[in-house]
Write a protein that binds this ligand. Sequence first.
Ligand code: EPU
Length: 425
Amino acid sequence: MNDLLYVNGGNPLEGTITVRGAKNFVSKAMVASLLGESPSVLRNVPQIRDVAVVTGLLELHGVTVKSDPEAGVLDLDPSNVESAHVADIDAHAGSSRIPILFCGPLLCRIGDRPINYHLDILRQFGAVVDKRPNGIHLRAPRRLQGTKISLPYPSVGATEQLLLTAVRAEGITELSGAAIEPEIMDLIAVLQKMGAIISVDTDRVIRIEGVDRLDGYSHTALGDRIETASWASAALATGGDVTIKGATQPEMMTFLNTFRKVGGRFDVQEDGIRFWHPGGDLKSIVLETDVHPGFMTDWQQPLVVALTQATGLSIVHETVYENRFGFTDALRQMGATIQVYKECLGGRDCRFGQRNFHHSAVISGPTPLAAADIEVPDLRGGFSHLIAALAAKGTSTVRGISLIDRGYESFQDKLVALGADVSRD
Ligand code: EPU
């Protein structure tokens, strides 16, 4: 497969595209289907590689998955769930973090499974963890027991692990310090449809009353707010005008506020949101990423590219991941003026302060970007490189482009629909 994209940039992106269900919800809802005694139907499913990976993992565990990719519908039938071999799981999942979320549902449903990760939570439910030469073996000697757990940081994955495990455990589970991202709320909605009893209390406390049986669900996934923000940032960075069908306001509010502060314009419509650059100067800002309802970390990289075109000094403090500014090396190579710092700049002290992590960035703009030969580092950083190449005059070569297929549905078709001049060899 050709893994290289030529991007002849410098033109505004203009037009209309559609964003479907959120990668970081769809993959978890697919896992939740394991818990049902009857089949589930999931709609608004994007055609991305992460969905293919989870489909393969479910199939390895005996789930029958029927897919209508055009319609975005998945039928998931767990009636023959069985164990899978760890080597097959490893070979299939690659670097995906999804396999760990299989642990709770499988322990609830079919007892012993050789899997790894998120072990502390599973231990607290009564799972027995044996480290063996070929990996980690998890057992549920008896039905998992509800428990009280407090997370030191509101981790999305750990909260999902707990939800997927507690719904079928015996008794009540109380989680404090929970993550409350919209994708988690949608997962809770799915679990409620299946028969779970879950309440989300104030101050990040989630209570789950375990039940004996869950059925399948029928659900339409919430839209992908990371993909929406990525295309919105691309519109801003290129001086363009992009309407995103399928984008919804409630999950985007924090992003929309920031987009407006930078000088971008948006219009919330019946079936999407239009984002555009109104002309004139963009404004620099001070920004801190945070867990929901804060400015999400995955919005940071695409917006930073747009901030290279804003007038003055912008400060961005990344507080969710310790090392999420690596992608700025390529932007510097293209002419951006960005410096990264170990200090917590522009906001409160975070857990990465004084710990040698370059987790604050100062961006000085506006700087014209020049075409370059760049390598995609990861999914979000990679899309940000793509935005930079679209904003830069001349032809950039973007290598490792297939990484972007993990989370951006048909991105090359969408680029073409927005008038971008891109080609593979
Ligand atoms: N963390 C720990 N220990 C853990 C788990 C997490 O210290 O056991 C730390 C992480 O190192 C990180 C922070 O907690 O510093 C937040 O991690 P979290 O667990 O919330 O992230 P995740 O569940 O692994 C999901 C998304 C990410 C998104 C984050 C934050 C999926 C598959 N991934 O990751 O999305 O950035 O939540 O919203 O849902 C992406 O889509 O490209 C992506 C990276």
